[in-house]
Design a protein. Structure first.
Lengths: 315, 189
């Protein structure tokens, strides 16, 4: 009798775990992007733009050690991975100092605001109100920012900027969301990506390689020296271009529809795939993912990932 | 088996503590700068109270998703500055510079933050200093201290220790700069 009851409980636990797993997998099969419903455009009105930066200076990135994955797992190998990553992080933080010194007064938030003002002027349904920058470690204050925002909604730009692990490029990324604070859109807004009710959400990344990067690979110290030369001229240029590209992609993405039945974004049959950096919320490294091309000009290609994010890469 | 639920409860509470926002009390945690006692004829350097020039004076960044804010940050800087003296120079932090002051130093805090890189953490302190030299010339210098290491649990103490190491490296560079700008000491017989 005792034995039968134990088995029944086991089965219930197993069923519960299966449900959790199913819910988890089904969560992976829907886009992270929440498109702006075209019918909602007229209700957007005037938007206050707030750029949030958790970083005080340009960040570094490292190539993650994958000994654990190669060897099939184990705590010992996980510790080895952590040791290798720690050593790489220490070196990256040591190398980046000259560029940080030259960018001491640089404010990416202000640059992003200027780019958004210029690029979003093409959206005739959106009136740009005030612009501000918040230097905060998290978005914990989002609900109060929405309440106190000027205008009808808050356009939130949660931005990051960092070097690639080889110091050959700078990546600017942002999670952008539109939060109505009054008017007809308030009822249509929903919680998405653990953010306060919103009517639009997507993540963007723009990676800019050093314009005159030499043919051969450079040691990290030499690469950083080049970025830091002339008061950080190259680093400033890459960051300015990155900010402008994020604003350009946002202006484009606000006009793009979602998928039918909230399916993942798929490349047209036979279309090539390209790798781009996918920014992950709150993570200190980006994930390299394949996406399909949705736009290209003389210098850049825009990739749409299956989960809807956009990445701009050089041609 | 009876111990398991309390243990799991304790573990959950501990892990919750590791992601909860933390306010660091840095005023009590000034690094102890080592040096030999100042000589009797050592020059007097007056260090003014530090100014905070950061955009957000509360924010100290985040480690492993855990946000940190700081209080008494300027007290912490000032306490550390008061220990700058070496055998070549003495330090005065009195609000009014004494008459025999050879050099005046005005520190400004530009950056103070912690950040994560995968499983590691980094701490950075940047202080800009206006130095009025014995000959009356004014110099602007910037000193950066940095510390990187493994992030064990995003704990308050390990973040405080890391910030202390960063501040020690920053002030050690300032100390060397002050020594190099002071005129050589006259030998005492």
């Amino acid at each position: 009798m005792q034995q039968r009851r134990f088995n029944a409980r086991d089965l219930r636990v197993l069923g519960f775990l299966s449900l959790i797993a199913l819910a988890g997998f089904s969560g992976c099969a829907t886009p992270n992007r929440l498109p702006l419903n075209p019918a909602h455009k007229t209700g957007v009105g005037t938007a206050q733009t707030t750029v949030c930066l958790a970083q005080q200076e340009i960040g570094t990135d490292i190539t993650r050690s994958n000994i654990t994955a190669v060897t099939g797992g184990g705590l010992l190998f996980a510790l080895v991975d952590a040791g290798i990553e720690n050593s790489r992080a220490k070196k990256a933080e040591k190398h980046v100092t000259p560029v940080r010194d030259t960018l001491i007064g640089y404010n990416l938030g202000e640059v992003l605001n200027a780019s958004l003002k210029k690029q979003l002027a093409t959206c005739d349904w959106l009136k740009m109100g005030t612009f501000n920058v918040q230097q905060v470690p998290t978005l914990a204050g989002l609900e109060s920012w929405i309440k106190t925002a000027e205008g009808d909604c808050l356009l939130l730009v949660d931005a990051q900027y960092r070097f690639t692990p080889q110091f050959d490029a700078i990546a600017v990324s942002a999670r952008i969301s539109l939060h109505p604070r009054k008017g007809s859109l308030v009822g249509a807004a929903k919680v998405h990506q653990r953010l306060a009710p919103l009517v639009y959400y997507n993540a963007f990344s723009a990676t800019f390689r050093m314009t005159d990067w030499p043919g051969q690979a450079l040691a990290a110290e030499d690469a950083v020296k080049r970025w830091a030369e002339d008061g950080g001229k190259r680093a400033r240029a890459a960051l300015n271009l990155g900010a402008d590209e994020i604003a350009r992609m946002l202006a484009f993405d606000l006009e793009q529809p979602g998928t039918v039945g909230n399916a993942l974004y798929k490349a047209p049959a036979g279309a090539p795939k390209y790798d781009g950096a996918l920014p992950l919320p709150g993570a200190s490294t980006a994930l390299v993912v394949s996406g399909h091309k949705v736009y290209e000009d003389n210098a850049r290609k825009w990739l749409r990932f299956p989960t809807g994010e956009l990445a701009s890469i050089g041609k | 088996m009876r111990c398991l639920p309390p243990f799991l409860g304790w573990l959950c509470l501990s892990l919750t503590g590791c992601v909860a926002p933390a306010k660091l009390n840095l005023g009590q945690a000034a690094p102890a700068l080592k040096h030999k006692p100042s000589a009797a004829n050592a020059s007097l350097v007056h260090v003014a109270a530090a100014q905070d020039c950061r955009i957000n004076r509360e924010d100290l960044g985040n480690v492993g998703g855990r946000p940190f804010s700081g209080q008494d940050l300027l007290v912490w800087i000032d306490l550390t500055m008061s220990q700058l003296g070496t055998e070549k120079f003495r330090v005065s932090v009195h609000p009014i510079p004494p008459e025999d002051t050879a050099m005046r130093v005005h520190p400004r805090l530009l950056k103070a933050y912690v950040d994560s890189i995968t499983t590691s953490k980094t701490s950075v302190i940047v202080i800009e200093v206006e130095i009025v030299c014995p000959d009356g010339t004014t110099l602007m210098r910037r000193f950066r201290g940095q510390d990187a290491g493994a992030n064990w649990s995003s704990g308050e103490q390990e973040v405080i220790q890391s910030l202390r190491r960063a501040l020690t490296r920053c002030t050690t560079k300032l100390r060397s700069e002050i020594e190099s700008l002071l005129p050589p000491q006259k030998a005492q017989y």
